[in-house]
Every structure is written in C-alpha cells, then in structure tokens.
Write a protein that binds this ligand. Structure first.
Ligand code: SF4
Length: 343
C-alpha cells in the first residue's frame, strides 16, 4: 500500500532513461528493460524530492488514478520503493563513473598472407600486453597457413592476454587449428564461414561450444551493422556505466588492418599510422585516436533522445558534425519520436 506522505525512490539497480516517446527502466541486475509513459519517467527522475501526495495533487484529477496504478505496479515489481524524509537524506546514489586502467583493452588484428607485419606480430602482441590489452580478436582474411596461425596462438597464450577470438573470413580453417583454439582456456570464440566447403569439418566444429558460423565478410557494411543493432542491446552494470561515459564499442579499442594501418575499427578508411612505422603507444595516446572513445550516444543526433541509448551496442563509426556533435550516415531503423521500429 502506497503512503502519500512518503517519497518515491528507484532501486539502485534500476536506471530510468527518458526518451521522447516513452521512458525505459533498465533492470541492470536481471538484464531487462521495462517501458513506462514519459510522465512516469518525469516523476521518477524530476520529482524525487516531492512526496507522492504532493506529486498527485499537482496532476489533473483524471490522471491521478492512472499514475497511482502505474506507481503501485512499479512498487509490486520491486522497481521502486518508498522512503521517508530521513531515508531520502541518507541515500547516496552510486556514482556512474567509469574506471578503467591501461591504455587499451581490446585489439582487432586483421591477417592475410600479404601482411608485412606477420613476422613482427609477436613483438606487437607483447607491446599490446604492456599497454594492458586484455582481449585480442584475429580476423583471418586470406590464407596465412595453419602453421602460422598455430604459432600466433601459442604466442598469445603465453602472454597476459586474457581472452582471444579467431574469426576466419576465408576457407583456411583446419581441424587442427580449430582444435588448437578450443584447447586454450583463453579462447572465447571461434568463428568459421557458413560457406566453408569442407562440410564435415564445419558440422564437427559447429557442434562444439564456442564455435559459431558467420555469413563471412566480418561486418564491415554499415547498413548491415545498423540493421543488427536491435539484436545486440546489452543491459548490465558495466555496459551501462561505459555507455554513460564513453562509446562501448570504441572505448580502449585498436584495430590493425591487414596492411598494418592503425585504426579505431577495420571499417574506417583512414588510419592514424602504420604499426611498422610509428610507436603504437604514441598513436594510441593521441587525442585524435581517442576522440571516438568518448562519443557516447548523448553526443549523437537522434540517439541522444532515444531510451535505448545506454543499452545500444553500435559498431558504426559516427561522423563529426560540429563541436562534440556527431551523427550516423545510416539509420538503425528506430523512430525515437514514435517509439517504434520502422523495419
Ligand atoms: S536511435 Fe541510436 S541509441 Fe536508439 S537504437 Fe538507434 S542507434 Fe541505438
């Protein structure tokens, strides 16, 4: 039973995110999103210092019962609870800041038989570890020989890299190398092309945990990435805090293309330098390289008014339109004004 003399407080694991069309409540502990009308979002965010009774008296009579029903429902679902004045004073919400040590966390390395840096790869990986990189994805675009891949994996396993992933975007995967990946506890995933001609190998591999099939061409097309966004919403504490303060896809990430060009992601056309020419640390420390790291959705036109903005895992690089204002050249298909998907 709600008490009109008390205040409404949202549980700390529940985050209220206002959009234009509606308000979302993220349950960071359970990974769910609930939706409530915008006016309920306003009450939860902007009228925290008014008692329930005071909030209700400000509303037109016909809306009071309706709001009360929704607030009762939120209390029953343990999204909100009521507190008295003293409890309200004592309550300090958790800080939504981001703490992350090390210069980079994540590296994507594209490999092909023509990659001039293959012989330097061991030193490159050691340098990345020194900069505290903890996760490496190898994207094999063209046959570099299973022997070479096995030796790269051995190098990775010997370092402080905590997890690795191998993505074959060619038909070079052999039973032996797939097994070598899976044998390591550090392996997070092995991705093989759905069109791998060796059907038996594909079936055997796919039957194993951590092996996935891909359509190939490892997501470089922005239209494809945009269409996939709605399938990759992520609702949990680390993602929420990262999305509030940074760009969860680009933050502390480096990509090295098959020619050794250092980029934020493989789909970028320009590079910040070449791994064989310059110092990796100097490039990664530069403001221009890090600029995308901090482009969260609140800086992106259209997205800043979207209730999914702190759950949206978006691999598209945004374009700068003005001082700290960005936009995407493709649409994700979500109409933030109507609160509906258009495709
Ligand atoms: S509008 Fe922006 S934040 Fe919302 S779903 Fe689309 S890309 Fe994500």
């Amino acid at each position: 039973m709600l008490d009109s003399r008390k205040y409404i407080s949202v549980f700390d694991d529940m985050k209220v995110v206002k959009g234009i069309a509606r308000t979302a409540i993220y349950d960071l502990a359970q990974g769910n999103i609930f939706f409530v009308p915008g006016i309920v979002g306003e009450v939860l965010l902007e009228k925290k210092e008014r008692t329930l009774g005071a909030i209700l008296t400000e509303l037109p009579e016909e809306e009071r019962e309706w709001l009360l029903d929704i607030i009762t429902c939120l209390a029953e679902e343990r999204i909100i609870h009521q507190v008295d004045g003293r409890e309200l004073e004592r309550f300090t919400p958790s800080k939504e800041t981001l703490f992350s040590s090390g210069l980079i966390y994540n590296a994507v390395i594209e490999l092909s038989g023509e990659s001039r840096f293959l012989d330097e790869l061991e030193e490159i990986i050691i340098e990345m570890c020194r900069l505290q990189c903890r996760y490496v994805a190898l994207v094999v675009r063209q046959s570099i020989g299973n022997h070479k891949i096995a030796s790269i994996l051995q190098q990775i396993v010997r370092t402080d890299i905590q997890e690795f992933e191998v993505i074959w975007d060619c038909y070079d995967a052999s039973r032996k190398t797939i097994e070598a990946c899976l044998a390591s506890e550090k392996n997070r995933a092995v991705i093989i092309p759905v069109s791998l001609p060796n059907k038996k190998l594909k079936e055997e591999a796919f039957a194993q945990e951590r092996v996935y099939l891909s359509e190939g061409a490892f997501i470089l097309d922005e239209e494809v990435m945009a269409a996939e966004i709605r399938n990759f919403f992520t609702v949990n504490k680390p993602f929420f805090y990262e999305a509030k303060n940074a760009n969860p896809y680009f933050f502390k990430k480096v990509s090295i293309d098959r020619s050794g060009n250092i980029k934020n992601c493989l789909s970028q056309n320009f590079s910040y330098g070449n791994i064989l020419d310059g110092s990796l640390e100097a490039i990664l420390s530069g403001h221009s390289f890090q600029e995308l790291w901090y482009v969260n959705k609140e800086k992106v036109r259209g997205c800043r008014d979207c209730e999914f903005r702190f759950a949206c895992f978006d691999m598209r690089p945004p374009r700068k339109m003005g001082h700290d204002t960005w936009e995407y050249s493709t649409s994700c298909g979500y109409d933030v004004v109507q609160g509906q998907w258009t495709r």
